[in-house]
Design a protein around this ligand. Structure first.
Ligand SMILES: Nc1ncnc2c1ncn2[C@@H]1O[C@H](COP(=O)(O)OP(=O)(O)OP(=O)(O)O)[C@@H](O)[C@H]1O
Ligand code: SF4
Ligand SMILES: [Mg+2]
Length: 421
């Protein structure tokens, strides 16, 4: 697949090390209003409640979770279809969370979205040429007389017949319509594409083709992706990093291998146990299915402490009293669980005691100094909490003390200040 006209985006040298997107403590609460003439606010839907993550340039982060956990809201915040309630969103190093519509306009071309439903996201009264050409015209990407040629190139890039520019969406299949949506998103040469369940409305046989197409365009044009899905199997081959959401919060975020092979959050373990694993089946292995009890609670009145506790088989008293912070427990692994660990090997003592300054029932310890402010940061730091010792560990320390025991993460602990009582 070649396209000489659409130039690679996001390849500038300036700020090459900074992530293309950095989201810190992002919140979106939707007001719930009473019925009647005077519509008072009687509650809030905590759709997204303090999420932090990074998307690296030209890379892909998968955002996964059950229906209603806040994935689309997160995507819509990033594309600024919604205004955030609070928090920060830095795109290419620049804060965009507080920009007005007018200030956002030049950036809209750089952050594009692919929608879940290829039927409703394309205007049935417009031809494909108009649908793909309109952003080119609005943003004056090419002179008017070159719009058609560019539209045809884009159709070719996404595997459609360039001569079909004057057809209407209803003349295409679901997979082809999603390709039109992708062509429209590519038209403005974005640096970041938010793909909101781009294949979930398609037949299984077509899903792989569209995912492959997205992977091709990502490589060719160096576009970073936030790839939203409710199915861990879909993001597995696309995203080197994956974040798992539950009821408005990120509960685990890690590199792909860690997340799939050594999930440490009970919810991720349950999701993975439900996902078909071709590799394991091939070697005769099978993950034991974990059945989650009950429904997802309402985001208007979420459970106290850990939001997953009403469905968690590992919950203890501290889980109801203290919200577990998203603690880094490995080089590229963060988990929000007091008892994080591989299935059957969970920590017997809460790993969060030192960070929260509480005892194992969740009661604040007099004189203890909680250290949760750093835990809202996006991305991974150079040091983390070692699960065996509960002390701080890092590669740097490991190099300084190569002879010491490296514990479960392969790194060395510096101190025992985090040692649980
Ligand atoms: N405009 C809105 N007004 C009020 N509540 C909303 C609005 N949009 C979303 N919500 C609520 O916010 C929560 C998160 O919704 P969201 O669409 O982000 O979930 P999702 O993870 O994308 O789910 P799905 O997998 O079904 O697409 C849900 O409880 C939803 O009902
Ligand atoms: S914090 Fe407690 S309730 Fe939440 S996932 Fe961990 S063990 Fe379960
Ligand atoms: Mg959604």
């Amino acid at each position: 697949m070649t396209n000489p006209v659409v130039t690679p985006a996001g390849t500038e040298q300036s700020g090459a090390d900074t992530p293309i997107l950095e989201v810190t403590n992002l919140r979106k609460y939707f007001p719930v209003r009473s019925s009647g003439l005077v519509r008072r606010t009687i509650g809030q839907v905590q759709a997204v409640d303090g999420v932090s993550f990074q998307v690296r340039r030209g890379s892909a982060l998968g955002l996964v979770g059950e229906s209603g956990c806040g994935k689309s809201t997160t995507g819509r915040l990033i594309t600024r279809l919604y205004d955030p309630t609070s928090g920060s969103m830095k795109f290419d190093g620049r804060e965009i969370g507080n920009l007005s519509n007018k200030q956002m306009l030049p950036l809209r071309s750089e952050i594009q979205m692919i929608f879940q439903d290829p039927y409703s996201s394309l205007n049935p009264r417009h031809t494909v040429g108009t649908i793909v050409g309109t952003p080119l015209r609005v943003h004056k990407m090419v002179p008017e007389k070159k719009v058609l040629a560019r539209v045809q190139e884009l159709l070719e890039v996404v595997g459609l017949n360039p001569e079909h520019y004057n057809r209407y969406p209803n003349e295409f299949s679901g997979g082809q319509r999603q390709r039109i949506g992708i062509a429209r998103a590519l038209a403005l040469q974005p640096k970041l594409l938010v793909a909101d369940e781009p294949v979930s409305a398609l037949d299984v046989s077509i899903q792989a083709q569209v995912v492959n197409l997205l992977q091709d365009v990502q490589k060719e044009f160096q576009i970073a992706f936030l790839f939203i899905a409710h199915d861990l199997a879909i993001v597995r081959h696309f995203c080197p990093e994956i974040a798992v959401m539950y009821l408005g919060k990120i509960v685990e975020i890690a590199d792909r291998d860690t997340l799939y092979n050594r999930p440490h959050h009970p919810y991720t373990q349950a999701l993975l146990s439900a996902a078909p694993d071709v590799k394991q089946a091939a070697i005769g292995g099978r993950r034991e299915r974990i059945r989650l009890e009950g429904d997802v609670p309402s985001p208007i009145n979420p459970p106290s402490g850990c939001r997953f506790r009403t469905r968690c088989w590992r919950a203890e008293e501290i889980c109801a009293r203290q919200e577990p912070p998203l603690l880094q427990i490995g080089r590229t692994h963060k988990v929000a669980c007091h008892f994080a660990g591989e299935l059957g090997q969970e920590s017997s003592t809460p790993i969060t005691l030192s960070a929260l300054g509480v005892d194992r029932e969740g009661t604040p310890v007099a004189g203890a100094t909680p250290s949760t402010e750093d835990l809202d940061k996006a991305g991974f730091s150079d040091s983390w909490t070692d699960l065996t010792t509960h002390a701080v560990a890092s590669d740097e320390i490991n190099r300084e003390h190569p002879a010491e025991d490296t514990g479960s993460t392969g790194a060395t602990s510096t101190s025992v200040t985090d040692q649980p009582s």
